[in-house]
Design a protein around this ligand. Structure first.
Ligand code: FAD
Length: 500
């Protein structure tokens, strides 16, 4: 029986980065994953020769320099590597009024293209995106660890006071306020809204400047890089590193309860499993969402007031309706970008099934599909409430209907799509809830109202002694590189409490 110092509940990228960082320091870690493979929202599934990413596929954090390349660093820490393929265009936007913009890997090319579309705003465009670089340069100058650890804060401040003061300045700011300082064209401001919405699922007014600084700059610095063999390889490779470092992972193991040490017989925090087993450790880290952690795993406890306050500030974002297609290669011109965003009417940007996200990873890695075929993963926001209370046949019918609508809309970009279909699978918010293990299938927390930037986002420590949270419902939020940041911070904090 493996006697762990730290138990991590869940093997999403946040959980695995925490686990590998701790294992690299010599801590014995046990990861408990309820599904059959690691990765959570960065997992995959295989059907008829296709290997589909379940969620994420636009991957930041694989750069070679600076400090913000957290996925590269996480793999290096446990002495494993992953080949990646550079993506020259982050997103090809297909927006209302023929607003057609490609975000090139080269910053200058992108600024030029946007300025050509809005010549009267050339100066404002540069000033706005240059300000995002200021945030990024501060982040990229310091080691990204736990802001809850006082000795680290002091060290990093004395090593780089200007970068730290820069971050303190931007921490309470949102993108919308900064953009409006430099830009007044309403259509360009809507474009900035979409630049935020496509990863934060809220418009610029509610999107923290710190996150935007990362996304809008790192795409031109470390760039977007796709892992060869599919996104699932990231988690699989982290698990290889975890095991090499002497720690363990168990699959098909669902944690049903966390018992705080004040209630446990031996005075140590306890984790109960669905098979009746109980395990103890010095520290427990939950990679389930904060809602799942406090409403389900700690259901016998009174909700701590800090969590109640957090739930008043943040709500669950919608989930997604996902359409996984296998198509003949004739449908996709070979010079197409890998990632696309499609919207026909600005009024629909935030509506259910409004904005469409498209990802065609086989343009970068053809090995994910049979020869002469592509994967087209399309997803659009959708609420779980729209999919509940349906009979099995109504559910199937609704899925078919939604898939046909999405394909018809996608034909604006790929006109022969429906003639070239080879395989089709639809995932709904119910699918996300079940297979990704996330309450209501949510993509993560979004502000209930305009907040002060990232100031309201909780860190890793919780008010339950020896219990920590990691992942996209902790600082700094959603996205693989962001949850990797959360993992670095969590491991650093936990290690400091173990005097490592
Ligand atoms: C459709 C979609 C597209 C996305 N696109 C991108 C993208 O292009 N780029 C990007 O960077 N990000 C993207 N994201 C976001 C990104 O995937 C997530 O923010 C990130 O993967 C979340 O990681 P996490 O560490 O919070 O954990 P999760 O991925 O949520 O994993 C948590 C794990 O914990 C397990 N678990 C939960 N409860 C228990 C329990 N009780 N017992 C045992 N195990 C449990 C779950 O099974 C799961 O494996 C996308 C997400 C989705 C859904």
């Amino acid at each position: 029986m493996f006697d762990a110092d730290v138990i991590v509940i869940g093997s999403g990228i946040g959980g695995l980065v925490t686990a590998t960082q701790l294992a690299a320091k010599g801590v014995k870690v046990l990861v408990l994953e309820k599904y059959l493979i690691p990765g959570g929202s960065a997992g995959y599934f295989e059907r008829e020769g296709y290997r589909f990413d379940v969620g994420a596929s636009m991957i930041f954090g694989f750069g070679k320099q600076g400090t913000t390349n957290l996925l590269t660093r996480a793999l290096d820490a446990v002495k494993v590597q992953l080949e990646t393929i550079p993506d020259d265009v982050q997103i090809h936007y297909h927006l209302p009024d023929r607003l057609d913009i490609k975000v090139d890997r080269s910053y200058e090319k992108f600024i030029q293209a946007l300025g050509d579309r809005f010549p009267h705003e050339r100066q404002g465009i540069r000033k706005f995106y240059d300000e995002c670089w200021k945030v990024f340069n501060c982040l990229n100058a310091i080691e990204l660890l736990s802001l809850e650890e006082f000795r680290y804060l002091m060290r990093v401040f004395f090593q780089n006071p200007m970068a730290c003061l820069g971050l303190v300045k931007y921490l309470p700011q949102n993108v919308g306020d900064v953009a409006k300082r430099y830009i007044s064209d309403p259509e360009l401001l809507k474009f900035i809204d979409m630049e935020c919405y496509c990863w934060s699922v809220v418009p610029a007014d509610k999107t923290p400047m710190i996150n935007a600084g990362m996304v809008f700059s790192d795409r031109h610095y470390g760039g977007i890089n796709y892992p060869k063999g599919g996104v699932g390889k990231i988690a699989e490779t982290l698990v290889d590193g975890l095991e090499k470092a002497g720690s363990e992972i168990r699959y098909g193991v669902r944690v049903t309860q966390v018992i705080p040490k004040s209630k446990a017989k031996n005075g140590a925090i306890v984790v109960k499993l669905s098979n009746g087993e109980t395990l103890t450790a010095q520290r427990v880290v939950s990679n389930a969402t904060r809602w799942d952690t406090f409403e389900y795993l700690l259901k016998d406890e009174t909700m701590p007031s800090s969590e109640q306050r957090w739930q008043q500030r943040y709500q669950k974002s919608p989930s997604f309706l996902s359409l996984h297609l296998g198509v003949k290669s004739e449908a996709i011109p070979s010079d197409s970008a890998c990632h696309h965003i499609l919207l026909e009417d600005w009024a629909d940007m935030q509506k259910s099934e409004g904005t469409i996200f498209v990802s065609i990873p086989t343009l970068l890695d053809p090995s994910l599909a049979p020869a002469e075929h592509h994967i087209v993963h399309t997803f659009t926001p959708s609420w779980i409430s729209d999919w509940e209370g349906l009979s099995p046949s109504e559910y199937e019918h609704r899925k078919e209907e939604a898939a046909s609508k999405l394909i018809a809309r996608l034909e604006r970009i790929f006109p022969t799509l429906s003639q070239n279909l080879d395989y089709q699978e639809v995932g709904t918010p119910r699918t996300h809830r079940r297979f990704l293990g996330r309450i209501d299938g949510t993509y993560g927390p979004i502000p209930q109202r305009k907040l002060m930037g990232l100031l309201g986002m909780p860190f890793n420590r919780t008010s339950i002694p020896d219990l920590y949270c990691v992942g996209d419902s902790t600082f700094p939020g959603q996205g693989l590189n962001a949850v990797a940041f959360s993992g670095f911070a969590c491991a650093h904090l936990v290690a400091s409490t173990l005097n490592l």
